[in-house]
Structures are given as C-alpha cells and as structure tokens.
Design a protein around this ligand. Structure first.
Ligand code: YH5
Length: 259
C-alpha cells in the first residue's frame, strides 16, 4: 500500500491545483514502482497535528480520487469523517482506512451500506495528545482485544468479515517499547480470518532506533516492513514502494523454496 498525502498548497493560488496535481503524479509513480494499493489521505494524523475541516479534507481528497479513476489498482481513502467516507465510496474508492476503527455510528453505517473493504486501526488518544505518556499493562493483548471488539461490532452492523482488515496503529499512542512489543507479537493481534495491515514507514520509532531524520528513514522502514511481513502482515503501508517491493521479493523467494 503506497501512501499518498494530499498536503496543503505550496502556492497560495486560491485553489488546490498544485497539491492535487502533485498527489496524482505521486500516486501514478507509486503504482509504477509496484504498489498494489494506494492510500490517499487529506488529514495529517501525526502526533501534534491540527485537525482539518471536512470541507478542506474533501477538497484535497476527492479530486485526487477522481483523477485516478483509470488506474488498475484499488484506492483506499484514509479518513475518519463519515461524510467523506460516503463521498469516497460514491467516487469509486475500494477501501476506507479509518484510524478510529468505525467507532462512530455513522461511519459503520456508511461502510455497512457499501461493498468496500475497511481497515480498523487501534489508537489511544487523539493525534494532539496520544504521545503523552501512553501506558498499557500489556500492549499486545490490549490492542488485540480492542481490534477483536471492533471486528465484532463491524460484523454485527453487517460488514462481512472478509472485507475487514486490522492494524495495531504503530505510533498512535505507543512508546517505542510498545511499538516493539506489537511488532514482536503482531501474529497474535489479527482475529481469525481477518487480514493484517501494518504501517511503520518513516515513523518516529525508526528515528528513535536509528537516530535518523524523517527523510533518512528508508532503510529502517524497509527493515521494519520486512519484519512485519515475517510476523504475518498481509499489507504494508509504505512511502518507499520500490525499495519495499525489492525486500518483499527476496522474502517471497525464500518462502517459495521453503516448502
Ligand atoms: C497506520 O499505521 N499511519 S498517518 C509520523 C511520521 C511518519 C509517518 C514522524 N495512517 C497509519 O504515516 N493508517 C497513518 O514521522 C495510517 N495505519 C493505518 N491504517 C501517520 C504516518 C506517519 C506519522
């Protein structure tokens, strides 16, 4: 899964031409590099990020989604706003990536009334406060329990189990130690028959480990992606598609000869 952020305008031209155009070009580049899925996001959910209005998020995401209607890979929309989920589904999105795991009743309703896949992610707190001393007695069992409950809620609302993915939400209200525990215990967090998505790409935990700035975390990200794959992740949310693909091809070759 290649990450495409639709960032605020670099030029103050009154429109959103520049950010939309560059996001579309970036998505096409990632597909060329071998992405099997594209995740478009218009809200920054990094620690400390400010919230954006639904109008602003819509103006960023929908034109990109519409401009990519010709591509032959499914498109996921990273949003926690039910109104945008509804519009994204209508505009052809194949998946909703909800960092709030459909905890809003309106979000479950939108997804249940559609045929799209949905990723249910664990997070503790809000992007504004989530990194202030997060505590768990056992991060792996607590995250697994939350995800199991969200899977049960989605199924009860009418979302078929084979449309669901779960994600431990690396960096969302977790210390480095929690993130490492979750990576080690990844295989235990997916309920039976539900696919596992992992997003470690360029995150702060890699900076804490390697001492590298965000734009120098490609090697660490590839290592983390490979470890996640070996621990059972089915989908990897990454910025560096070409590099990650090479690593996965090596893993794939090893697995193919191990039977
Ligand atoms: C995720 O894990 N993450 S947005 C901080 C960084 C670098 C990257 C400080 N959306 C996930 O990518 N959706 C995001 O450096 C996600 N899983 C799912 N499903 C945060 C992000 C990032 C944050």
């Amino acid at each position: 899964m290649g990450v495409v952020n639709v960032t605020p305008d670099s030029f103050s031209d009154g429109g959103h031409f520049y950010s939309v155009t560059s996001a579309v070009a970036h998505a096409r580049q990632l597909i060329e590099e071998g992405a099997d899925l594209i995740d478009i996001g218009g809200e920054s959910t990094r620690p400390g990020a400010a919230e954006v209005t639904v109008e602003e998020e819509r103006r960023r995401v929908l034109p990109v989604l519409e401009a990519l209607s010709d591509v032959n890979v499914p498109i996921s929309v990273d949003t926690r706003k039910p109104a945008l989920m509804r519009e994204a589904v209508a505009a052809g999105a194949s998946m909703i990536n909800d960092i709030e795991a459909l905890q809003s009743a309106e979000s479950v309703e939108v997804v249940a009334g559609s045929a799209v896949a949905v990723c249910l992610m664990h997070k503790r707190g809000t992007p504004a406060n989530m990194q202030i001393a997060p505590r768990y007695d056992n991060a792996v069992t607590e995250v697994a329990k939350f995800l199991e409950e969200r899977v049960a809620a989605a199924c009860a609302a009418g979302v078929a189990r084979d449309r669901l993915l779960v994600d431990p939400g690396f960096g969302f209200g977790k210390t480095l130690q929690h993130n490492l525990q979750l990576l080690r215990g990844l295989a235990a967090i997916a309920p039976h028959g539900v696919a596992l998505l992992a997003g470690l790409s360029r995150k702060s935990m890699l900076g804490q480990i390697t001492g590298r700035a965000e734009n120098r975390r490609v090697f660490g990200s590839v290592a983390a992606a490979l470890i996640a794959a070996q621990h059972g992740a089915h989908i990897l949310r990454v910025h560096d598609v070409a590099a990650t693909r090479d690593a996965l091809e090596v893993l794939q070759a090893v697995r193919a000869n191990s039977a």
